[in-house]
Design a protein around this ligand. Sequence first.
Ligand code: ATP
Ligand code: MG
Length: 249
Amino acid sequence: MLSAKHVYKTYLEKVSIFKWHENKVIEDFSYDFLSGTRYGIIGVSGSGKTTLASILAGYDRPDSGSIIYSKHPSDGSSIRVRNVFQDTYRFLNPVNTLEWYEKNISAISPDPKLIDKILDAVGLPLERFGSLYIDQLSGGQRQRLAFAMVLSQLPDVLILDEPFSMIDPPNAMVLFSLIRKYLDKSTVIYIDHNIDRVAYLCDHIIAFDKGRIVEEDDVKKIFETQKTEYVEKLIWASEKISSRMKRQP
Ligand SMILES: Nc1ncnc2c1ncn2[C@@H]1O[C@H](COP(=O)(O)OP(=O)(O)OP(=O)(O)O)[C@@H](O)[C@H]1O
Ligand SMILES: [Mg+2]
């Protein structure tokens, strides 16, 4: 389980020589992300989702407040937290090959053979792609490799910040089924602008605006109630797109 307690984050932006603007990105964010549950976080661009993901993953520090990781709320035992961000170059270095990553991940994974199985499942078998350098992979292949590296470590908490933006829908379905298969007991936090993908993978949706939760509920209820304008617009847009497709012969 992962708990955020009264998290605040403000960035200072220089407006002129003497003037600074306080950009309050996260304001008093508290939430208990439970094990065995997949949470989708949606929100307009600039609403603070990546900032929150970085803080939850331990990449960035909040100005105040705390993030508590534990298997059970009371025992404070250590857990494995992993993340995949949209920009894969945050953790894939172009000087390395796919095989280099496969070896290194296999050495630290609880199941050393799992990385090979997952690379096969995501369409990057070692025999075919092992010798390729990171720069020789396509954007979607890099995202699939990053995902395979993280998933094969069987994290207790997996944080995904738009990690499938370059991945085609059939491959995204494969990744979703792998998450369901291997991380059934973990906490998954999935950020995406595509509400259909979020609704497909997640149990619960959190709508986020200006660093605060503005709406949250089970996926089904979010679709029924559509309390905020942003959620309403997202669902409207997705229905519009799918109804247009249905009219095609
Ligand atoms: N390192 C930084 N320094 C200063 N300001 C930052 C920094 N990182 C983010 N911000 C600001 O914080 C705000 C929230 O950014 P963030 O990347 O968290 O939004 P987001 O919800 O992930 O947006 P998107 O959907 O476009 O990815 C933005 O106004 C951004 O300019
Ligand atoms: Mg973002």
